[in-house]
Design a binder for this molecule. Structure first.
Ligand code: MG
Ligand code: MG
Ligand code: MG
Length: 305
């Protein structure tokens, strides 16, 4: 049976490119595999796919009875329907270990680096498989995206080294110019609904029994979001109303290197508890905060205990 390689819900560039690359590598190792995705690519990911001539993976919503490789997550909350009836053959990730369990031994590659694609670059090297030029371009962009062009505190030396090597394979001479071009595409809000924007990069977490949603929009200049901020607030208020304790939306300015966090919560005091800063009205500015995974989720997890 062909194994399905798939990333998390509301897929980002890392989830999509990781699925494409691990499927390619597995096929070359003699393991029949196919990339899938839990949703359509975002404008940023579309830009990357088009730039390097890659095809968007097929959208799959139910994986019951399938053989699976998970990429860029290992949390059941991020998994597709039917995951309990699927057989997990492997995990490639760079997040904290989640709550997925298996009945058989599996292949796990999970490293504390800035992007799953950095791990995948090393997997190709380990198995002695040449990285195709177009996949190298995709991997490179995913690393630039996840590490916010090396500015995120999640970025490691391994990510920078991987980008350097991948740029040579992909024939990219100016990595930072390509990154800026990609983040400009990511920053565009025209034509997107408020729901699209909130869920473009959104994750639910279980924090001490409370359902907490945290979304993030990364832009090259926060003023781009001025005209949609009220609409975004209305939308997260609606999302909170679906049975969540809190919904937070990080509006990250990648040049100023900080985030304005929009807040809707049953207990707004958790924000001050988590960050030591009192919200002004509906939001708070968090200087230096760029990573949900490293600077936001752990703080809230402590505050909710
Ligand atoms: Mg991701
Ligand atoms: Mg990632
Ligand atoms: Mg991200």
């Amino acid at each position: 049976m062909t194994a399905l390689v798939m990333g998390h819900m509301n897929p980002d560039t890392d989830s999509i490119i990781s699925a494409i690359a691990v499927a390619d590598l597995n096929n070359k190792r003699g393991i029949s595999a196919k990339a899938g995705a839990q949703g359509e690519p975002t404008p940023e990911t579309k830009f990357v796919l088009e730039k390097f001539g890659l095809t968007a993976p097929e959208v799959v919503t139910d994986v019951a009875g399938k053989k699976m490789y998970l990429v860029d997550y290992s949390d059941l909350a991020q998994a597709p329907k039917g995951i309990g009836e699927a057989e997990i053959l492997g995990i490639v990730d760079h997040h904290k270990l989640g709550d997925v369990t298996t009945s058989n031994p599996l292949e796990i590659w999970t490293w504390p680096v800035g992007c799953s694609c950095t791990v995948i670059k090393s997997m190709y090297d380990f198995y002695g498989v040449e990285i195709p030029k177009n996949i190298a371009g995709g991997l490179l962009c995913a690393i630039l995206s996840d590490t916010v062009m090396f500015k995120s505190p999640t970025c490691t030396e391994a990510d920078k080294k991987a980008v350097e090597a991948l740029a040579k394979i992909a024939g990219v001479s100016d990595v930072m110019a390509l990154g800026m071009e990609m983040f400009k595409v990511k920053s565009a809000v025209e034509g997107a609904s408020m729901k699209d924007l909130v869920f473009r990069d959104y994750k639910d977490f279980d924090m001490n029994g409370n359902k907490v949603g945290i979304g993030q929009l990364e832009v090259v200049d926060l003023s781009i979001l001025d005209k949609v901020k009220d609409g975004l607030y209305e939308e997260i208020t609606r999302v909170k109303g679906e049975g969540r304790h809190s919904v937070f939306l990080l509006l990250t300015d990648i040049m100023k290197e900080g985030s304005e966090m929009l807040i809707v919560s049953d207990d707004p005091a958790v924000v001050e508890k988590a960050f030591g800063k009192k919200p002004e009205g509906k939001s708070v500015w968090l200087d230096g905060v760029m990573s949900r995974k490293k600077q936001v989720v752990p703080n809230f997890e402590k505050a909710f205990k």
